[in-house]
Write a protein that binds this ligand. Structure first.
Ligand SMILES: NC(=O)c1ccc[n+]([C@@H]2O[C@H](COP(=O)([O-])OP(=O)(O)OC[C@H]3O[C@@H](n4cnc5c(N)ncnc54)[C@H](OP(=O)(O)O)[C@@H]3O)[C@@H](O)[C@H]2O)c1
Length: 274
């Protein structure tokens, strides 16, 4: 039997982190292709404007404000979406945050928050929806990763490691989910212009707009392939670089990112002897 692939006739699409950026653009794209979409995030103003924007599309967007860090709240949100709109056949766990970390001023705060939102925030939705999909015997689950999951990158020790965790998590679950007729997919995009990337202070090669990223994600979701990674001009060189021994990777990344020329903040400070 072919593994299930979602379609608007079967039920609802749920997109987390749909108040801004990629999630918002994807929710609109899915509504345009006929899905009834449940859009979730915390910012009620962002969610209110998305419903207005979708008014004339083929499918409708309904909003369910919630915080992905609230485990019980996420379970209640899944129940509420299904009670009000019908079965979720496509769940896209997109909500996420990027908090840069600096090796010379290391604190746990940004790691904890990144893991709570990106990893546990995804799990808080994935657990209740996979229960329901298992009971129904079909479903499609898509999780947002990033090219920063491929290997460690400057300032991304927290962010990249959450995305690597998500890549591994989805891969591991695929072995069971496939037997339950639940299709799993991971999205690993390069740079997309959104409020999240506004915070970065480095150049972003091959930057895409959010609607273009959403178009590529929607195409990947329809196609059903396991990994949706784009743009190829960034993804392929990074995947190729990953094949090399680590000293080569560090050498190239130091130069590509200009990190070899950046001050660590330690200059001029006295090192404490152990
Ligand atoms: N932009 C890029 O270059 C890029 C590249 C690769 C992967 N990604 C990934 O793509 C996803 C979307 O990012 P984006 O670039 O579109 O950034 P964004 O515009 O900042 O969107 C992030 C979304 O996540 C939601 N969110 C954050 N914390 C939340 C929480 N605690 N509870 C519920 N929702 C929460 C935000 O909504 P509220 O704040 O309203 O809750 C917002 O809708 C993220 O997972 C990101 O890691 C982005």
């Amino acid at each position: 039997m072919a593994l299930y692939r979602a379609s608007p006739e079967d039920g609802i699409a749920w997109v987390t982190g749909a108040s801004t950026g990629i999630g918002r653009a994807l929710a609109i794209h899915l509504a345009r292709s006929g899905y009834t979409v449940a859009a979730t995030a915390r910012a009620e103003d962002g969610l209110a404007s998305i419903t207005r924007e979708a008014e004339h599309l083929e499918g409708r967007i309904f909003v369910f404000p919630c915080d992905v860090m609230d485990e019980a709240g996420m379970a209640r949100t899944v129940a509420s979406i299904e009670k009000n709109l019908g079965p979720i056949v496509l769940a896209v766990f997109n909500a996420g945050t990027y908090l840069p970390v600096c090796g010379d001023r290391l604190e746990t705060t940004n790691f904890v928050r990144s893991y709570r939102i990106n990893v546990f925030g995804t799990l808080n939705g994935l657990v209740p929806i996979s229960d329901r999909m298992r009971d129904r015997g079909f479903g499609q689950i898509v999780v947002m990763g990033s090219v920063t999951s491929f290997f460690g990158m400057p300032s991304a020790a927290a962010y990249g490691s959450t995305k690597a965790a998500l890549n591994n998590l989805v891969e591991g679950l695929r072995y069971d989910f496939e037997k339950l007729n639940i299709r799993t997919q991971i999205i690993n995009p390069g740079f997309v212009a959104t409020p999240l990337t506004e915070k970065t202070n480095f150049s972003m090669p091959a930057l895409l707009s959010a609607p273009e990223a959403a178009r590529r994600i929607a195409k990947g979701i329809r196609g059903g392939g396991y990994e949706i990674a784009f743009p190829k001009r960034l993804v392929w060189p990074l995947k190729f670089l990953r094949l090399f021994p680590k000293p080569v990777v560090f050498f190239v990344m130091f130069r590509l990112t200009g990190w070899n020329k950046r001050s660590t903040g330690l200059r001029g400070r006295k090192r404490k002897d152990p």
